[in-house]
Design a protein around this ligand. Structure first.
Ligand code: NAD
Length: 499
């Protein structure tokens, strides 16, 4: 009998076994093979991780900025070196294709590169002579212990949105990755230790509600970064802020792409199909609603034809375009939503239910699914499906398309496909969505900008990475200073410095 490995905690630089009595299986979604067992940590174990982070803080905050940055310079090199191992682990536990898994790691790697160059972002401000002989300056100081709670769908990128920027700014960190795919984050934590992060600067715990609530309640945690669903994120935001913490919560989505009839048809429809069905639709930036304006409504058969060419298979198979959903429950939920769409009167143009992949009969596969004639009151439109299901909506004008998008409760990402600069500019100006793409389907900003979101897609004012996260993970202290020196002002001291 083969032993199933356990996922360790990282506390004070040591990878240790949890003492909990509650464990969950980490399961390959293509085969249902149990890859590992993950502990559901108690509040007491979270407390140990926080204590280690608190103890490490005084020395780390006073470590030179460039020395802290060099750790992340080494980490980015190690991530590059281990890219294939990280991607294959990610595919095994999460299901996405190897190409998508590499992308997941790469988008996180870019944040690590940015962390390695943090110096200028951390600089404060200085004003001389705010009054006679008085100067004022503002310095940015780290907060202390920060925590991160991450979702299952990007197990490399999203942990890397968080701890590199928090730690390079002088904070220490407790990460609670998704219990559904904790192996990739643990590999990243190992690499961070190898890169020279001192013991206690990064700690990792695992679990569900008890661990998350312990993070929200712990008095020594100053800030929480959360990425995940609206339901859990709203809870974390409310509980964390009630306890006096800063909380940034990046939440769910329903992302629309607008197609004007003048769009480059070939490229635009390829982009739509990739962004709707890639990663099996389990992306917070997936384009799940296409708004076809005017004559673009005639493109439905072409969209369906393209979707049919996508190959559904286990993520590590070379010919896979779309992998499985994360759990059998997720598959069942998506299939029920499709059934509901049919019952509510949407036209099912392509049905991905009961999809069979030879050799992977137990995989959580759902094939590309397309509905046309979707109306705003239908459940398939109102809910974030988080599966490979595309809703097609038809309108007559760009104004109607913008009004339609702005009436949706979410505001994570959107895109417009057109060759008209004026139309694109109007869209960018009027649409109330955080990330806007112009002929770009998934406009996740590079790390020197910040990820954002509006309306129901985010709580808190400052987003992950970039300048916004520097503000989130630091507080500003202003110093107003006057120096009395009778000898200098009376001219008795030679103030010329000889070099
Ligand atoms: P989730 O909310 O179920 O889980 C997120 C985290 O919360 C996990 O670490 C999980 O262990 C924890 N958690 C789950 N249930 C909990 C509970 N009852 N109490 C306390 N903690 C709990 O999200 P998910 O299913 O892992 O991820 C998918 C969601 O994340 C989607 O809604 C997606 O849109 C969203 N997401 C948003 C962004 C963004 O930037 N806006 C990015 C990625 C994913």
């Amino acid at each position: 009998m083969t032993m199933i490995p356990t996922v360790k905690l990282l506390i004070d630089g040591e990878f240790v076994e949890s003492t909990t009595s509650e464990w969950r299986d980490v399961i390959d979604p293509a085969t249902q093979t149990v890859l590992a067992r993950v502990p559901m940590c108690s509040a007491e174990e979270v407390g140990r991780a926080v204590a280690a982070a608190r103890a490490a803080f005084p020395a780390w905050r006073n470590t030179a900025i460039s020395e802290r940055a060099r750790v992340f310079l080494r980490l980015q090199a190690l991530i590059r070196e281990h890219m294939e191992d990280l991607a294959s682990t990610l595919t095994r536990e999460q299901g996405k294709t190897l190409a998508d898994a590499r992308g997941d790691v790469f988008r996180g790697l870019e944040v690590v590169e940015h962390a390695a160059a943090v110096g200028t972002l951390q600089m404060g401000e200085f004003a001389e002579n705010v009054a006679g002989g008085v100067d004022t300056y503002a310095i940015r100081q780290p907060l202390g212990v920060c925590a991160g709670i991450t979702p299952f769908n990007f197990p490399a990128m999203i942990p890397l949105w968080m701890f590199p920027m928090a730690c390079v700014l002088g904070n220490t960190f407790v990460l609670k990755p998704s219990e559904q795919d904790p192996l990739t984050p643990m590999k990243l934590a190992e690499l961070a230790q190898r890169a020279g992060l001192p013991p206690g600067v990064l700690n990792v715990v695992h679990g569900g509600p008890e661990a998350v609530n312990a993070i929200c309640d712990h008095p020594d945690i100053k800030a929480i970064s959360f990425v995940g669903s609206v339901h859990v994120g709203t809870h974390v935001w409310q509980r964390g802020t009630q306890n006096g913490k800063r909380v940034q919560a990046m939440l769910g989505a329903k992302n629309h792409a607008v197609f004007l009839p003048d769009a480059q048809r070939e490229q635009s429809l390829n982009a739509l199909v990739g962004a709707a069905f890639g990663a099996a639709g389990q992306r917070c930036m997936a384009l799940t609603v296409a708004v076809l304006v005017g004559q673009a409504r005639e493109w439905v058969p072409e969209i369906v034809a393209r979707a049919k060419t996508l190959r559904v298979n286990a993520g590590h198979e070379a010919e896979a375009d779309i992998g499985p959903l994360i759990t059998p429950h997720a598959k069942q939920r998506v299939q029920q939503l499709i059934e509901r769409g049919v019952a509510e009167g949407a036209r099912l143009e392509l049905d991905g239910r009961n999809y069979q992949v030879p050799g992977y009969e137990r995989g959580n596969f759902v094939g590309p699914t397309i509905f046309s004639g979707v109306k705003p009151e239908m459940n398939i439109y109102r809910e974030e499906i988080f599966g490979p299901v595309l809703c097609l909506v038809e309108v007559d004008t760009l104004d109607q398309a913008i009004a339609f998008i702005n009436a949706n409760p979410y505001g994570n990402g959107t895109a417009i496909f057109t060759q008209s600069g004026a139309a694109a500019r109007k869209f960018q100006n009027e649409v109330d969505v955080g990330q806007v793409g112009i002929n770009v389907p998934i406009p996740v900003p590079v790390p020197f900008f910040s990820f954002t979101g509006s309306r129901g897609s985010r709580l808190g004012d400052l987003g992950p990475y970039g300048k916004e996260v520097v503000r989130f993970y630091t507080h500003t202290k202003t110093v107003t200073a006057r120096w009395f020196d009778d000898a200098v002002t009376s001219g008795q001291v030679n103030t010329t410095i000889s070099l």
